[in-house]
Ligand binder design. Sequence first.
Ligand SMILES: Cc1cc2nc3c(=O)[nH]c(=O)nc-3n(C[C@H](O)[C@H](O)[C@H](O)COP(=O)(O)OP(=O)(O)OC[C@H]3O[C@@H](n4cnc5c(N)ncnc54)[C@H](O)[C@@H]3O)c2cc1C
Ligand code: SF4
Length: 506
Amino acid sequence: MPRATLFVFGDQLSAEVATFARDRSANLRVLMIDAHHLRQASRHPLRRALYGLAMRAYADELREAQVEVDFRSASSFSEGLREHLEEFLPERVLVHQPRGRRAERWCRDSGLEILPDPFFLTDPDWFSDLVARYPRVTLETFYRHQRRRLDFLMEGSEPSGGRWNFDQENRQPLPRDGGAWPEPWRQPLDDGERRWLAEEGLAHLAPALEYWPRTREHALHQLDDALERIVPFFGPYEDAASSFNWHLAHSRLSVALNLGLLHPREVAEGVETHYRAGRLPLASAEGFMRQVIGWREWVAAWHRRRPASYRRSNALEATRALPASWRQLDEHPMACLNAVFAHVREFGWAHHIERLMVLTNAATLAGYDPVSVNDWMAHSFLDGAEWVMEANVIGMGLFADGGVTATKPYVAGGNYLSTMTDFCRGCVFSPKERTGSRACPLTTLYWQFFVDQADVLTTVHRVAPIRRAALARADLPEIAARAPEARRLVAGEEASGPPSLSDATG
Ligand SMILES: Cc1cc2nc3c(=O)[nH]c(=O)nc-3n(C[C@H](O)[C@H](O)[C@H](O)COP(=O)(O)OP(=O)(O)OC[C@H]3O[C@@H](n4cnc5c(N)ncnc54)[C@H](O)[C@@H]3O)c2cc1C
Ligand code: SF4
């Protein structure tokens, strides 16, 4: 009779956790709880479906490996745990380090013993030493130390190709003809998965779920496929976006990684192997490695050290409520927001540029309250999680931390979007116009942003020229007059004097 319980969260479906449980199966029972709060209406239904399928598949695999599993549906983790304790009377309940603060607090309050974190490459003590040497530890400093320490894309002590960064080669706009993009990996659902979805009233989600891994085997296939067919094209077009293609050359591995189905080490080792075998150009290998051992680990390491109050940072004093049309991912009059909402609605996912240059850009320019933007994104994305979103949404996307994460606000007007994407070609607004009824709402608000935030941005040197240019504009009164209408449009409201597609430039 097992004397201990290992509690496994839905984002801990990892091979390392399975090995831990298998090695102690004589003395350990696994507890998994499908908590009803995941069914809240504010959450994307695909999240509930994917987590439900992946957790059940993981439990089945553990059972096949002779691990006893208590899989429960409960209204909350607390209720599920209480029922488990009453039924099995374990002497101890263990859990691997939860990734979120709320989850960790719950574990501590509930008396769970927390085991070390097997989900990341970065040891917290190593990161503490780095912080002691470089108190702000920028991404670039962190990334170079990671490359050296982990020996990825290195030739002795020098980076492969003699440079740490190939960004110059990686800034290409979307090709004029839209480009030809590799079909994304997908795996049809099996009968058991379809049955469960039907029982839960989620059968309509099956087509979208095919694009996401539900098991470790799926995740390994997706990784191989991404390294062979997708990542080689990742570098050059990592800053592009399209209305007609939701994935371009993005690996979409964040979902498998955040569920725990893949370990970042496996991804980085795969990149290294493909690069050494000549199957992956260095610019793409470096750009992708930077995301996995750099960005992902950096935001997680900082998250562990930052106080809970970080998420309430609001350096730009943005207080407007997130509009209902955003929460519901409604159809939108602006082609860029319309396209990205559609991608999130259909697949529970959007790639980095859509998140940064469309969603948080528009939210920053419109002045939406950071916490509500952060929580909306966390609930809307299949890879959404507290530990990764705070730095990305509060820090990088909204500049709400005043420059702790990013060295400048990532804001852009229609001009930038029309260069890097094809969104503007199908839009009723004109990206170059700042004023008047056809003005792109983002272009108007972009210039207004530098006026409204002029004081806050005085110390942000990277935007000094654009701030000066904004304050010197002769058409500031007209921009200011157009700004309220632009905000209404970003909120998804009808234009007061609607422009029509026939007016739009090509
Ligand atoms: C506003 C905003 C919100 C975001 N929300 C999330 C989120 O909820 N969950 C999430 O995992 N990532 C988030 N990111 C980071 C990044 O956009 C996604 O990880 C990436 O788009 C996932 O697609 P991919 O797997 O194709 O990534 P790729 O571009 O193929 O990159 C490979 C992997 O690197 C990691 N990675 C890349 N960029 C980042 C980053 N900035 N921070 C952390 N990890 C990164 C991811 O695990 C990703 O799978 C967000 C970024 C922004 C700007
Ligand atoms: S013109 Fe402006 S609103 Fe329209 S798609 Fe381009 S950036 Fe978006």
